[in-house]
Design a protein around this ligand. Structure first.
Ligand code: 2HA
Ligand code: ZN
Length: 285
């Protein structure tokens, strides 16, 4: 997989990460989806290679006026992450949002008549919010089914503060890499506008949301960054699950150490640790 070459540079960088997600056990069968809001540099590279663009406009179930004109590289509905390298132009496609954000047009890929993921409404809602909240920094959204993380939604209350604090207190990297914490969305039917709307509320506050009993949905600046964030969360979740299974922690990383970690890494911090601040107020620290 290292050394995978593709004429479209965005595909060359996304396909190996997609396949790696399957190797990690996060994307069984057709589970999960990934989308990338392409920068001008990638769009130029794509448009130079495309000979014919499909003329049809396809209506979006949920209009996205703030994304009008944007290009997205996205996995297809029903496609397997496992096939990302061998069947690249079936697994992926590129679309442009048209018609004031009401429709999309296929630009490349989706070979054999495919279309964007069933979670496209939530991906676009996520991109619209996270593009604004991150001032354009975040470009890639990954939804996958990391088992240890999902198990926590069966063992812990469905509460954003409790989940964020549990992970932060397990491993020092956690507060450093996700000071915004993880926001919990209750169990909702996948692939619906309802899950998109519930996710939108939480994505205003964090790059990371939990779809309870289902998976994770994460926004970051690149395929590599989004992978790394899920990898970190999944490792902390595995440790937390083992701690719970062993009867609970005898001691954990303290609030004070979480504050010291946050302050010491201010130079790389992308957002405020709101949940930590609330917790500090509660304990009068
Ligand atoms: O099958 O993961 O959330 C794709 C999904 C739906
Ligand atoms: Zn899913």
């Amino acid at each position: 997989m290292i050394g995978f070459k593709h004429p479209l540079k965005c595909v060359e960088s996304l396909a190996p990460i997609t396949r790696l997600c399957w190797e990690m056990g996060w994307n069984e069968i057709n589970g999960g989806n990934i989308s990338w809001r392409l920068s001008n540099e990638h769009i130029d590279n794509v448009l130079k290679q495309i000979v014919k663009i499909d003329e049809d406009f396809i209506k979006l179930s949920k209009p996205q006026p703030t994304l009008d004109g944007e290009y997205f590289l996205v996995t297809g509905s029903g496609k397997y992450f496992r096939h990302a390298i061998e069947k690249t132009d079936e697994v992926f496609g590129i679309v442009q949002i048209k018609d004031g954000g009401n429709s999309y047009q296929k630009i490349w890929g989706f070979k054999g008549g495919g279309k964007p993921t069933s979670e496209f409404a939530t991906h676009l809602t996520g991109h619209s919010i996270r593009k604004r909240q991150s001032k354009g920094r975040e470009e890639v959204i990954l939804h996958c089914h990391p088992p240890e993380f999902i198990i926590l939604s069966f063992l812990m209350p469905l509460d954003s503060s409790l989940l964020s604090l549990a992970l932060w207190k397990t491993m020092p990297e956690c507060i450093v890499f996700f000071p915004d914490g993880i926001r919990v969305v209750p169990p909702i039917l996948p692939g619906t506008n309802k899950i998109a709307d519930a996710s939108a509320i939480e994505l205003e506050k964090s790059r990371i949301i939990s779809w309870s009993h289902h998976g994770i949905f994460v926004s970051e600046e690149s395929p590599d960054a989004v992978f790394s964030l899920v990898e970190t969360i999944e490792k902390a979740s595995a440790m937390q699950r083992k701690i719970i299974a062993a009867g609970g922690a005898k001691q954990t990383i303290s609030l004070q150490l979480l504050r010291e970690l946050t302050d010491a890494t201010e130079n790389i911090r992308v957002c405020d640790p709101d949940i930590l601040i609330k917790e500090e107020k509660k304990s009068n620290l």
